[in-house]
Design a binder for this molecule. Structure first.
Ligand SMILES: *Cc1c(COP(=O)(O)O)cnc(C)c1O
Length: 355
């Protein structure tokens, strides 16, 4: 008798390592800086709206995400038919690969980049082609172009890049898109879009509108502080958005999540003020770390990247001791989310002993 066997490529799916939660301590308050979450608690108005939605949990959610699509369409100035929602933008990565990749098709992306990419690619039976980021944490766009073959179906760029931090410029993205064959889907993962402050920043909406093969992925998890509710969306030309909707889980985005996302769009001003405060903290940290002698990549998201190599585990341990949990990538470096001011101050203290 033989036991049931999952599809062979599951043997090659790496595990996702989530950022650890902090352990409670008696001597000091501990902080989680390991998952790029928003440290602010939800806005009261958003909580009230979500509570109201709980009262109808016996009903299925609106499968068409009607209020969410109309709110987004108005906010972004795009047709509703160009939107596709999912349970976090991670789900949209799976949807896109499911919709576009046959087994063995290639997906080109930078590495190190978002940990979910290789997992999603191998789960969908496609093949990852990872192009190392440059020494300063930026995408090597020329090498990514060179990596495109007849088998390439999708190229993903992550801007700002998680975990290294730098963002693409519009000039770089335009030059890149001008050279990618038009039958290749280009995903622009903009999970941290709201935190970008560099000159010549990417205008995702203007960009996708000029290309038939460009998809933007966005999320309510980071700037909008809804990580626990799982809502993300794609903005794409209609044929791609349609394909993304076709392969979505029926009723994926819960009714509470839809309501909270719509309420968050309505509260955008208040939420984006908080983003400004986080950006100010990020820039305070970058300046203080530079003064300590660190040469970190340009941080355009809500996190910093310390390329510590062999010292990665030691740094993570020292942070643990100081009551802040960071995200180590063994042998490569630590990603540290911008958090509460007290947590950020402790990071500076630890970093000072590691320069
Ligand atoms: C956090 C993150 C996402 C989105 O995650 P969801 O919570 O699934 O919306 C997408 N891409 C990158 C690069 C991220 O860091």
């Amino acid at each position: 008798m033989t036991a049931p066997q999952p599809r062979a490529h599951l043997a090659h799916v790496p595990a996702y390592k989530p950022g650890k939660p902090p352990v409670a301590r008696e001597d000091l308050v501990t902080y989680k800086l390991s998952s790029n979450e928003n440290p602010y608690p939800p806005l009261p108005g958003v909580v009230t709206a979500a509570h109201a939605a709980v009262d109808t949990m016996n009903r299925y959610p609106d499968m068409g995400n009607g209020l969410l699509y109309s709110g987004l369409a108005q906010e972004l100035g795009v047709p509703e038919s160009h939107l596709a929602a999912g349970t976090g933008s991670v789900a949209l990565i799976y949807q896109l690969l499911t919709a576009f990749c046959e087994p063995g098709d290639e997906v080109v992306y930078a590495w190190r980049s978002f940990e979910a990419y290789p997992i999603a690619v191998s789960t969908c039976g496609a093949t990852s082609v990872q192009v190392p980021v440059l020494a300063d944490g930026r995408h090597d766009l020329d090498a990514m172009l060179d990596a495109i073959t007849d088998r390439t179906k999708v190229v993903m760029v992550c801007t700002p890049n998680n975990p290294t931090g730098p963002a693409l410029t519009q000039t770089e993205l335009d030059a890149f898109l001008g050279r990618v064959p038009t039958h290749v889907v280009v995903v622009v993962d903009e999970a941290y879009l709201e935190f970008v402050r560099n000159a010549d920043a990417v205008d995702g909406i203007a960009t996708y509108a000029r290309h038939e093969n460009v998809v933007l992925f966005r999320t309510f998890s980071k700037a909008y502080g809804l990580a626990g509710f799982r809502v993300g969306y794609a903005v794409a030309p209609e044929p791609i958005a349609t394909a993304l909707r076709q392969v979505s889980l029926p009723f994926g985005v819960s009714s509470v999540a839809q309501v909270a996302a719509v309420a968050s769009l309505e509260a955008a001003d208040a939420l984006l003020e908080r983003v400004d405060a986080l950006v100010a903290e990020r820039d305070r940290l970058q300046a203080a770390l530079a003064a300590q002698g660190w040469d970190l990549p340009d941080a355009q998201g809500n996190f910093l990247w310390f390329a510590l190599g062999e010292r990665t585990a030691d740094f993570a341990l020292a942070c643990d001791d100081a009551g802040i949990v960071v995200r180590p990538f063994a042998g490569e470096g630590c990603r540290v989310s911008v958090g509460e001011t007290e947590a950020n101050d402790r990071l500076l203290e630890v970093a000072a002993t590691f320069v």
